[in-house]
Design a protein around this ligand. Structure first.
Ligand SMILES: [Zn+2]
Length: 135
């Protein structure tokens, strides 16, 4: 049984649907899981044993930039807001999962490829960049 690691993000498939999850907590018998594709990012406890039976883990995508990164942009100012203005720029970079191709190999499909689950075929993913400008 593959072990899921704390604070790691995984791609998994369930009935042909690809989702990404983040492991928020690990106990002896269970995982606390955040479902990143859900509108409200549902957080649920799942028993390890039944979870690994019901879902198949595709890969660990912790180090990949995903669309969810946009929602994690910090809004707290660590610089004095009266003298510094925070600027968040969005860079669009080649998708790290498919290298900007938009599709990934899928041996189960007759065409041997499928739409990239990270960029959804867009080939680019957003990357947030924070900078400060003196007012
Ligand atoms: Zn992609």
């Amino acid at each position: 049984m593959e072990k899921l690691l704390l604070n790691n993000t995984y791609l998994l498939s369930h009935n042909g649907i690809i989702e990404s999850i983040t492991i928020l907590s690990v106990t002896n018998k269970a995982y606390k899981i955040r479902w990143n594709e859900h509108t409200n990012k549902t957080i649920l406890w799942e028993l390890k044993e039944s979870f690994m039976k019901n879902y198949s883990i595709i890969e660990n995508i912790t180090n990949h930039c995903t669309l969810n990164d946009l929602n994690n942009v910090k809004t707290a100012l660590d610089t004095d807001p009266t003298t510094h203005e925070k600027i968040i720029e969005i860079d669009w970079v080649d998708c790290p999962n498919c290298n900007g191709i938009g599709t990934v190999p899928n041996p189960n499909s007759t065409v041997m490829i499928k739409t990239c689950p990270v960029c959804y075929g867009n080939t680019k993913v957003p990357k947030a960049k924070e900078t400060y400008k003196t007012i």
